[in-house]
Design a protein around this ligand. Structure first.
Ligand code: NI
Length: 172
């Protein structure tokens, strides 16, 4: 297991659309486990492959509360999601390991299903995802399309974070 470097806002790799994964190889499973370790170490509740420099459709998620709940790690290859019947919009604060110290409210559907390929190459579908898990799925899948949560925050939140964003983009 290894802790990987996390790419920061301004790095081009975060803006490129990611390629679907054709075959689940042992190397990809190792990479996914390293991503989980990197995420726990950060700490965070989700990490997408472009954040560690790979433009492939892979995300890891664990929204269990550290030290209070048993870990619930998910490794999702080629994840897709859509809203469930009865889903409404919910607004909540988000952050991102690629945007240290930046926070903003994002409005997203509050009940979705997610479908993905697991580490054994099997298709899994989880229905009625809600709360932080639901939000995290959407946030991480956005990364696979080169989108960041700051693209979706209000003008006021953007203004509040403007100087931090400028500094992050310029730090290299
Ligand atoms: Ni993120």
């Amino acid at each position: 297991m290894a802790i990987l470097d996390i790419n920061i806002y301004g790095d081009e790799v975060l803006r490129k659309p990611c390629k679907p994964i054709e075959k689940i190889t042992p190397e990809l499973v190792t990479l996914a486990k390293d991503m989980l370790e990197t995420m726990y170490d950060a700490p965070g509740c989700g990490l997408a492959a472009p954040q560690i420099g790979k433009n492939i459709r892979l995300v890891v998620i664990d929204t269990a509360i550290p030290d209070e709940e048993e870990p619930r790690p998910y490794i999702m290859f080629n994840p897709e999601w859509d809203v469930e019947p009865g889903s409404a919009l919910a607004t909540n604060e988000e952050g991102c390991l690629s945007l240290p110290d930046v926070w903003g409210n994002v409005t997203r559907p509050n009940k979705v299903w997610v479908s993905y390929i697991d580490v054994n190459g099997e298709r899994q579908t989880i229905h009625n995802c809600e709360g932080l898990f639901c939000r995290c799925i959407q946030h991480e899948c956005d990364h696979l399309d080169g989108k960041l949560f700051v693209d979706k925050i209000s003008t006021a939140d953007r203004a509040m974070n403007a100087s931090k964003l400028r500094k992050l983009a310029k730090r290299k």
